[in-house]
Design a protein around this ligand. Structure first.
Ligand code: FAD
Ligand code: NAP
Ligand code: SF4
Length: 674
């Protein structure tokens, strides 16, 4: 029989740290959530981390906490600098310990990435992603910054943390000391490698001396900077050895500086695509090594450990998506895991917009005290029409609360527009969300009627009716749009229509970009991490400092024109943390972007446009319409005409700027109120 033990034996092996044993090999990686800066943030963080501890994770690392004001990531970020701040943190540590968990506080000094005028760095060099130029730390300033780290660690111990993580990667202050690119000093803190690593070594040594033996000190080491003039591999190894000697308990992996132009965590990065970096360090130190980046399912995590690439795996976003990931994996209920699809939409993008983080597939994340989903005393009979993201989220959440739910779907498969999204190369993870909802339908005993196109008569006997009928592609009023070589995106992405070698795409929103990516017809990067590294110019032999090499030059497989009428930059509305990746993929593949134009007409010769007063004929075989969507409201209109009350959610309510984050959020929020 396939026992749990035999499925994930490495993942669920305890890790003995000498003075403390972690119950498994799973670390919840550091993530800033925005709760740190909320009014009742500590209470909310206690609920958030407490739930993850209850879910069984071996060790939690908090979001970054600054050791001083100059170390803030942004003005008024959370810091731990005085005993008066210990009480709030104790709410968090108590909540984690009550559930048998372990938690370390990350100490993060943002260095030149600090988005405020007090930011400081080894040298006065502005980061390309920051408008504030840092001041150069004096020798005294460096000494007092080391003391700040040590003080924070001591206060963290007083607050009940089981340890600290010293953030030494991602291009923050410590990392800036280590590499020549950002450290131009000529004193004892700059110049030779020994001088440049003096800063992290003194921090780790100082912390160890101050906190004693029985306290976890994790050092997050930048093993692959992915910037020019970053560390060489030999320097990475030497630093790791010295960090161990300085007293670290565990070394965690950091990949890529924030200013690097290589995707490191987005959905198109292959699963566990960077574990090869940690693997290179195996055997060079004797303390446990943690690997990270794009690990989201138990089989991937188990494989990494089984092949000896690391001693522990770190996952951050997967614990937003599912706080009970570990418990489900341990019980062999892998198909119940709500998988992180690495979209960044509700987590990182929110943080960049200075909003509280959450999760597209789990809107309860970071809102544990706000969205309760309490069970109802008496269930109602609820009909949900449409099994796209909005309907799926509403139906399964309502059923989990104790309602009797019938879910109607007119097509032969669940998912609505998400079924098209999962066809885009690099968005394969979206399949996991549909797998998750399918399983929830079974578990919560939702009565699924599919295929079933609902008419008013089907909805007579319900207490509540929810319309989640979604959207349809918008038709455009361009002369010739009804010609047989003009398709809409749904026809193309579903495989109903085949597209020739020369294509014009009308509409350069998210779906226009995705359709262009689809038409490039490359095999998914997810299939082969080596292919991904070559395409993005990552040197897997690590022969260059920073791990970069020339990107592979791609031969465009199609001639694609992506067009919009607005004069703004095409793709300007794409995700804050992922838009640059989508633009970069199209650019590398020779896709021609057009803006500020007028569509004059489509003929068998191609698409005629006018730009800056000049008429241009784009000679193409096909035109694909990606001009947004309209709400599917026919049923809503019928119900309204018959005086039948209903709730409308997702694309059926409003199609403009609709995405799955909003659709799912509306679904669960309504289900919480019914
Ligand atoms: P829909 O997904 O349209 O679902 C509506 C469902 O209702 C359909 O299954 C339909 O068959 C059913 N239905 C309609 N009428 C009836 C009836 N009378 N009876 C029974 N059933 C009925 N969003 C993101 O957030 N991130 C992305 O990266 C992303 N990428 C995308 C890529 C592509 C290529 C596409 C097409 C979309 C993408 N989206 C993305 C958008 C996202 O998929 C939509 O916002 C989301 O699916 C809308 O959800 P919905 O439930 O409101 O509607
Ligand atoms: P969209 O982002 O609103 O883009 C629609 C495009 O069509 C625009 O470029 C618009 O540009 C053009 N357009 C609108 N009306 C037109 C008309 N009548 N004639 C010709 N062109 C017209 O919508 P979308 O691309 O369909 O995406 C829908 C939603 O899905 C988005 O809101 C997005 O959030 C989500 N999505 C997200 C991602 C992601 O990666 N996060 C990916 C895909 C989809 P002009 O008006 O300037 O011509
Ligand atoms: Fe993962 Fe997307 Fe949720 Fe962020 S929003 S945790 S990337 S699924």
């Amino acid at each position: 029989m396939d026992t749990i033990q035999s499925r994930f034996p490495h993942l669920f092996q305890p890790l003995d740290l000498g003075f403390l044993t972690l119950k498994n090999r799973i670390l919840m990686g550091s993530m800033h959530t925005g709760l740190e800066e909320e009014q009742d943030g500590f209470r909310r963080m206690a609920a958030y981390y407490g739930m993850r501890a209850e879910g069984g994770v071996g060790l939690i690392v908090t979001g970054g906490v600054a050791p001083s004001r100059s170390g803030w990531v942004a003005p008024f970020s959370l810091r731990l600098t005085s005993p008066s701040q210990v009480g709030g943190h104790q709410l968090v540590t108590n909540a984690v310990h009550e559930h048998g968990g372990r938690i370390c506080m990350q100490i993060l000094h943002a260095g030149r990435y600090g988005y405020h005028p007090l930011c400081a760095a080894p040298s006065r060099l502005k980061a390309p992603i920051n408008r504030f130029k840092p001041r150069e730390l004096s020798s005294r300033g460096i000494r007092s910054t080391i003391a700040d780290f040590v003080r924070s660690a001591v206060l963290a111990r007083e607050a009940g943390y089981d340890g600290v993580e010293v953030m030494g990667s991602e291009g923050y202050l410590i990392n800036e000391f280590i590499v020549r690119k950002t450290n131009k000093r000529t004193d004892e803190w700059g110049g030779t490698f020994a001088n440049r690593i003096r800063f992290p070594l003194e921090i780790v040594r100082g912390i160890r001396e101050a906190v004693g033996e029985h306290f976890i000190v994790i050092y997050r080491l930048s093993m692959l900077d992915l910037v020019d003039d970053g560390s060489t591999w030999e320097e990475v190894v030497e630093l790791a050895e010295k960090i161990e000697q300085a007293g670290a308990t565990i070394i965690n992996t950091g990949i890529g500086w924030h200013e690097s132009r290589i995707p490191t965590i987005a959905t198109l990065v292959p699963r566990a695509g960077f574990s090869w970096v940690t693997r290179r360090l195996v055997g060079r130190v004797s303390i446990p090594l943690v690997t990270s980046n794009r690990i989201n399912m138990p089989d991937v995590a188990e494989r990494i450990l089984a092949e000896g690439s690391a001693n522990m795996v770190s996952m951050a976003r997967p614990f937003l998506a599912d706080p009970f990931w570990v418990r489900k994996a341990e019980a062999g209920r892998v198909d119940e895991i709500n998988t992180c699809i690495a979209c960044n939409q509700a987590c990182l993008d929110h943080i960049f917009e200075r909003k509280t983080a959450s999760c597209l597939v789990n809107p309860r994340a970071c809102h544990e005290t706000v969205r309760s989903f309490a069970r109802v005393a008496r269930g109602k009979r609820i009909a949900v029409v449409g099994a796209g993201p909005a309907g799926l989220a509403c139906a399964t959440t309502a059923a989990a609360r104790g309602h009797q739910v019938t879910l109607f779907e007119s097509s032969e498969e669940l998912g609505g527009q998400f079924r098209l999204a999962r066809e885009i190369p690099g968005k394969e993870e979206f399949r996991e969300t549909l797998r998750y909802f399918s399983r929830q339908i079974e578990l919560q005993q939702v009565d699924l009627k599919m295929p079933w196109t609902v008419v008013t008569g089907d909805l007579q006997s319900y207490d509540e009716i929810v319309l989640a009928t979604g959207v349809s592609p918008r038709k455009v009023a361009i002369p010739g749009a009804d010609l047989p070589h003009v398709f809409d995106y749904a026809e193309v992405l579903s495989g109903k229509k085949q597209v020739g070698r020369r294509v014009a795409i009308i509409g350069a929103g998210g779906i226009g970009f995705d359709t262009a990516t689809f038409l490039l017809c490359r095999d998914s990067a997810n299939a082969d991490w080596r292919h991904f590294m070559a395409e993005w110019g990552v040197d897997v032999d690590y022969s260059q400092a920073g791990g970069l090499k020339r990107q592979e030059v791609l031969q465009p497989v199609r001639e694609i024109h992506l067009l919009q009428r607005k004069a703004t930059r095409p793709g300007a509305g794409l995700g804050k943390t992922t838009g640059w990746i989508h633009r970069s993929v199209l650019k590398k593949n020779g896709v021609r972007l057009w803006n500020g134009l007028e569509y004059l007409g489509i003929s068998h010769e191609g698409l005629k446009i006018r730009q800056s007063g000049k008429e241009v004929l784009l000679a193409v075989d096909n035109v694909v319409i990606c001009a947004g969507q309209v709400s599917e409201r026919r049923l809503a209109a019928e119900l309204e005409a018959g005086g039948i009350r209903c709730h409308i959610i997702g694309g059926a309510l409003a199609a403009g700027e609709l995405d799955a984050e909003r659709a799912i959020l509306q679904g669960v929020e309504l289900a919480d109120r019914l």
